[in-house]
Design a protein around this ligand. Structure first.
Ligand SMILES: Nc1ncnc2c1ncn2[C@@H]1O[C@H](COP(=O)(O)OP(=O)(O)O)[C@@H](O)[C@H]1O
Ligand SMILES: [Mg+2]
Ligand SMILES: [Zn+2]
Length: 363
């Protein structure tokens, strides 16, 4: 029996994708249903990278379509097309960069940079072209975490070529200043240095640029979030009450500048003993989850306090790259999928494609 298009579409609607949190039809992924030589071909197009996840999604959808008893079973193809999403009104987007995602935290030391580096690698593994801008003027750490120290090249004496490590294009304030020279940054100076870093780097065809922001919610951070084009933001927190309090300020800051918060990452959630593997909530449990519920933002994932995560980034070998099958890596992959799937559902950037339209009311 050959099911009709309507039957296929209705069946597809019954599978809720865990990252999109909706079905593929509602998400606008269904491009066509073709049935040429008696076999049905379903063409889907995802707005997020799924080089790894695609096989799982295809399998789930095949299972879902099994109720239709089509013979032969429908062929499901999933292509990817990552588009540019809207940024704050009046902020210029970056040449060579489709989307920028800020990784922020209410205070330092919560694992913002660790999360940024591993997220970048997880996105790479899903097939995206990824860059990482280390904008943390107080403690630039990406040259060390991604293992790409040294000065960047310049071809014209004006602009910079990003460093490249593990396939990630990276530029850090740490590439330009000596690591052991403490710098006192005044607001305007910090902002202009970072804008320069961002705009004078020759980013090469990035789907996502991850920005490791300076920790906190002061004037420098606020100004940055107003001037730097951002498609979305992620807030990293530890589960302690005090850290959560600061993370809330982060949420408020992004609200003020109208940048959507794509979710919260709870880092150092549980301690996993390296001897016996037992897990202990040394900083309390469920803080990130309750904050997420309270503010209506997704909890993207919870990372354990795990010595292998620390040893990885502290030696320029992030977990996602060196330990691709570990449970921590799976969490980073989940975070990457949630973030990009959520972003894919948001408004596209039409700036420059439309003329200014003035609507006049007839009286
Ligand atoms: N989940 C984790 N488990 C163990 N150590 C971690 C974890 N996340 C971060 N760290 C370590 O904690 C320290 C602070 O992390 P970092 O990413 O530099 O924080 P931030 O950028 O927020 O200041 C680093 O030494 C890092 O290796
Ligand atoms: Mg940092
Ligand atoms: Zn133990």
């Amino acid at each position: 029996m050959t099911p009709t298009h309507d039957q296929i579409e209705a069946a597809l609607r019954t599978y809720r994708d865990p990252y999109l949190e909706t079905d593929v039809v509602t998400a606008g992924m269904l491009k066509s249903i073709g049935d040429t030589t008696g076999s049905i071909a379903i063409e889907l197009e995802a707005g997020f990278p799924l080089a790894r996840y695609g096989a799982t999604l295809r399998h789930e959808l095949s299972q879902t379509l099994a109720v239709l008893s089509a013979t032969p079973p429908p062929q499901i193809n999933i292509a990817t097309k990552i588009v540019s999403h809207a940024v704050q009104k009046g902020v210029k987007t970056l040449p060579g960069v489709k989307n920028t995602i800020a990784v922020a935290s209410g205070k330092g030391g919560v694992g913002k940079s660790t999360t940024a580096a591993n997220l970048a690698l997880a996105l790479r593994d899903e097939g995206a072209s990824v860059g990482l801008l280390d904008a943390d003027i107080y403690g630039p750490s990406q040259p060390r975490m991604l293992g790409c120290p040294g000065r960047p090249d310049s071809r014209d004496g004006k602009s910079m070529e990003p460093k490249e490590s593990y396939g990630i294009q990276c530029i850090s304030i740490g590439h330009l200043i000596e690591e052991d020279t403490p710098m006192i940054w005044r607001g305007p100076m910090a902002t202009s240095a970072l804008e320069q870093l961002l705009r004078e780097t020759n980013w090469r065809a990035l789907d996502y640029l991850i920005i490791d922001l300076p920790p906190g919610t002061g004037d420098i951070q606020l100004t940055l979030c107003q001037k730097v084009p951002l498609s979305g933001a992620i807030i990293v927190t530890t589960p302690q009450d005090i850290a959560l309090l600061d993370a809330r300020k982060g949420l408020k800051m992004f609200e003020k500048v109208e940048v959507p918060v794509l979710g919260i990452v709870e880092n150092m959630s549980v301690h996993v003993c390296s001897n016996c593997g037992h897990a202990e909530h040394i900083f309390g449990a469920g803080g990130g989850a309750s904050m997420a519920t309270q503010y209506g933002v997704p909890l993207l994932g919870c990372l354990p306090l795990d010595i292998r995560i620390r040893e990885g980034v502290d030696n320029g070998r992030p977990t996602v790259h060196t330990d691709p099958e570990s449970s921590a890596t799976q969490v980073y992959r989940e975070i990457a999928r949630r973030v990009t799937a959520k972003l894919a559902l948001r408004a596209k950037d039409y700036s420059g494609r439309f003329p200014n339209i003035v609507i006049q009311k007839n009286s």
